[in-house]
Write a protein that binds this ligand. Sequence first.
Ligand SMILES: [Zn+2]
Length: 371
Amino acid sequence: MPKKLIEVALPLDTINDASAYDKMPGIGAHPKGIHHWWARLPLPTARAVLFASLVDDPSEHPDQFPTEEAQDAERERLFGIIRELCQKKMHLKQDVFKKAHEEILRHCDGNLPTVLDPFAGGGSIPLEAMRLGLPVIASDLNPVAVLINKAMLEILPEFANQPPVNPESKRRNVGQEWKNAHGLAEDLRYYGRLINEEAKRRIGKYYPTVKVNGKELNVITWLWARTVKCPNPVCGCEMPLVRSFVLSSKRKPNVFTQPVVERSSEGNRITGYEVGEGEPEIKGTVNRSGATCACCGETVKLEHVRKEGKDGRIGFSMIAIVADKGRGKSYLSPDEAQERIAKSAVPAWKPDSSLPEKALGFRIQALAHFD
Ligand SMILES: [Zn+2]
């Protein structure tokens, strides 16, 4: 087996720079936009490594390159191809891939090897192998990785240069030429919109907006607290179990939420929660050693909380609403309407099989009933 270029030298600076650029967010069309994958191999690295693994180092051909100078010159020519392969916007540079393919073909005497990537992950290696015109087999144990690879390597090429099939585009764009995946993208947009509209029709009522300074904002999440009845007989409130009432400490002042307590001779009652800025009066009500009542200060052992949970007496209250204000989040006090809507979403089905008492490899928390 002749020694390959990668075993002798590589233009590392070029590959490094191109790979750093490839990792940058917002660089336009890029397979990483399909789905997030961890430790994705930069495309220029995959491209350069594949190419340099398939072309011989010039020192292996003294008949053609008898002197060191001749070998250096030839190596420099091969580096030139790698540098071209490390340019930006390679999806627009088919001629460079063609040139690299022909070079590989020459080094393999016309018999291209199949590239096998058994743990393809984000798919950089099989994608670049395909673009270099090599036969490819990719697999992975993780089904998400398989799906990413399938979408990118199988489905996309199958629909390349095809017109969209949705009725709207068919009517509007008669005779238009569809290049690459543009037709498929048009269909994805169309049918994605249909699914979105149908989802809104069916479950949109569970996603109410909130009004902030006259603007309707989408709710990102509702924040909840488990509650348990305070065992102190003169209190008896539904005490919230909250590690910290601080909702955000990203910027000063902090944003926090706090219960609004109504005290009377019959006991205490939490009528709602109010979001404020600064430091909350009560930092939190639960830690490893136990819980504290936010109304009367009674300390409650965790065993009591656990027992209430096991006996199905744990409740829950909305303690804040987090809304999307475009750039950043807005924290709002919960209101009855939001809480009513949230509680109206009742799943038609839930798993009813029992969990193993003792499971190997993971721990099951003591179960509580929530009805
Ligand atoms: Zn209490």
